[in-house]
Design a protein around this ligand. Structure first.
Ligand code: ZN
Length: 118
């Protein structure tokens, strides 16, 4: 399962980060492009599995979905796609394959709770 290996690498990265900062990760913020090939629901499920028996157990994965954006040579600007099946500019209809957004799969922030000194 593709999503599980991705979830595990996210958890691993967040564990290292929390170790360094000596805190507890409460939430992981992730940007997920709609063209990344990752199913959000599957990733959320996989995340829960990947968190089990780790310091991240009980933390939340917060997924921000990134819509596809293309660069239109005709308009010379960034545009939204008119449809995901049709790689054409939403404004002028010019075909394009220059995807500038929508393939993201990146952790953008971690919420870390500082551990109180005993
Ligand atoms: Zn255009």
């Amino acid at each position: 399962m593709h999503e599980l290996s991705i979830a595990m690498s996210i958890v691993e990265m967040a564990c290292e980060e929390s170790d360094q900062r000596q805190g507890r990760v409460t939430a992981v913020h992730l940007k997920l492009g709609v063209l990344s090939g990752i199913v959000k629901e599957a990733l959320l499920n996989a995340y829960e599995i990947a968190c089990e028996d780790t310091p991240l157990s009980g933390s939340t994965l917060i997924v921000e979905e990134v819509p596809v954006a293309i660069f239109c040579q005709n308009c010379k600007t960034e545009r939204q796609l008119s449809s995901i099946q049709l790689f054409c500019c939403g404004e002028c209809g010019m075909a394009t394959s220059e995807v500038v957004k929508g393939k993201e799969l990146e952790v953008v922030a971690l919420e870390i709770e500082e551990c109180c000194p005993a």
